[in-house]
Design a protein around this ligand. Structure first.
Ligand code: URA
Length: 433
């Protein structure tokens, strides 16, 4: 078999066989196929697309390129959640404890953040002492005991994807539906859950800017999951503005803990309940979405979901006093209001710019080796549809720098203010099963 023939076949719109896809994925991972041929093929896929069967085979080949995690020692039906990424997305810290509170095991492996969105592990480490490195046995013990553990990703999961994603990033081939879907799903499948709930973001702050593209991506991922024997559900949710009011590390832990203590931050609470309901139905703990929603909402009010978060923090040696009293979380030195330059209705908040403004404060990493400052972040005072007076605060910057000019400029760029009334965006567009 020759890589040249595979490239030409796809360039001309042909359907690749299983053998051809494995030949490419294995050869590229092992270094036998050079970058220039791999980029020619990914560009051909970008233009010609892939059939459902080709996409599922590509995904399985990327799973098979490395280790897979065996979660069979964890009792019960394991369901994982994945978000395609958004600013202020602290849903994992709500959904994990919430799902665990009704007895569904959550074995979460997460990564660190690079660029404008912080990573799950970085955010958790706002809690003093909390350890995310643990042995596999400890991880399994914690999930079996408390139904919840969050650890750094170990093992060599989907190395083919790692190499291909880096190549796509510099060759203009990231935005290909089968390649994105295969990339995300290969990592999820390698991490061993029985069921997967996907939160596919749509809007200005998301990978997919239009609802149609987001639906297509969601459908593609659901097909892959189902084709490869994992029950998969995708929720399409809004990312036309940051989720909730807090962006940053300690900021986001604080907001998540408040929801678990019963506070109603509307978009965040709704999306968390939506995702958790689908997860617990997949786990067969409830018979219907409605039944799940009702039971989970109750656990936000009665303290059970919050207790699950406490259990996680305690089991991973974190300082529980920081979540019992959220004022104990790390704090920045200064609070600086960024004020509206005119009166009007908030028409848009570019989530990516808010993320970048938070990164400038030190909440994210511009390069891999940067240190995170857990105490800095942004608190939004205004969201889309709200009225603001000239001179009124749009956001508060929690900053160690007295004059964080780059962040102030970025926040002002992020907010658009209009004269006419603006409707609040829809939060959940549709669910694809
Ligand atoms: N996230 C991934 O993991 N892969 C992609 O291709 C795009 C987003």
């Amino acid at each position: 078999m020759r890589m040249y023939d595979i490239i030409v076949k796809k360039r001309d719109g042909g359907e690749l066989t299983k053998e051809e896809i494995y030949f490419f994925v294995d050869g590229y991972t092992q270094g036998d196929i050079p970058d220039y041929q791999a980029s020619a093929l990914t560009m051909a896929i970008y233009f010609q697309g892939m059939t459902q069967e080709e996409t599922a085979t590509l995904t399985q080949a990327m799973v098979d390129s490395g280790e897979t995690i065996d979660l069979s020692a964890i009792k019960g039906h394991k369901v994982d959640k994945h978000s395609t990424g958004g600013v202020g997305d602290k849903v994992t810290f709500i959904v994990g404890p919430l799902v665990a509170s009704v007895g569904v095991p959550v074995a979460k492996m997460s990564g660190r953040g690079l660029g404008h969105t912080g990573g799950t592990l970085d955010k958790l480490e706002s809690i003093k002492g909390l350890e995310i490195e643990m042995t596999k046995d400890q991880f399994i013990h914690n999930v079996n005991t408390h139904k919840l553990a969050v650890a750094g990703q170990t093992g060599n999961l989907a190395p083919a994807d790692k190499k291909l994603y880096a190549l796509r990033d510099v060759t203009g081939t990231v935005d290909s539906l089968p390649l994105i879907a295969g990339s995300i799903m290969s990592k999820k499948l390698a991490s061993g859950a029985d069921g997967i709930v996907l939160d596919v973001k749509t809007g200005s702050g998301a990978f997919m800017k239009t609802l149609e593209d987001s639906k297509n991506l969601a459908q593609e991922m659901v097909n892959i999951g189902n084709n490869l024997g994992r029950q998969t559900v995708a929720v399409i949710s809004d990312m036309n503005q940051p989720l909730g009011f807090e962006v940053g590390n300690a900021n986001e832990i604080k907001e998540a803990a408040e929801i678990l203590q019963g506070k109603n931050v509307e978009d965040l609470r709704e999306l968390s309940l939506e995702l958790a309901s689908h997860m617990t139905v997949l786990a067969e703990v409830f018979n219907s979405y409605e039944e799940a929603y009702e039971a989970l909402a109750k656990n936000l009010e009665n303290g059970k979901a919050f207790q699950s978060l406490r259990n996680l923090v305690e089991a991973q040696n974190g300082d529980v006093s920081m979540i019992d009293n959220l004022d104990n979380l790390p704090k920045a030195k200064h609070k600086i209001d960024v004020k509206a330059e005119k009166s009007g209705y908030i028409a848009a908040i570019d989530a990516e710019s808010i993320g970048i403004a938070a990164m400038y404060l030190g909440a994210g990493r511009a390069t891999k080796d940067d240190e995170i400052n857990h105490g800095v972040g942004i608190t939004l005072n205004k969201k889309i549809g709200d009225w603001v007076e000239e001179g009124e605060s749009l956001v508060v910057l929690n900053s160690d720098d007295e004059e964080p000019q780059a962040s102030i400029t970025k926040v002002l760029e992020a907010y658009s203010i209009a004269d006419e009334k603006v409707e609040k965006p829809t939060l959940i567009y549709t669910v694809i099963k």
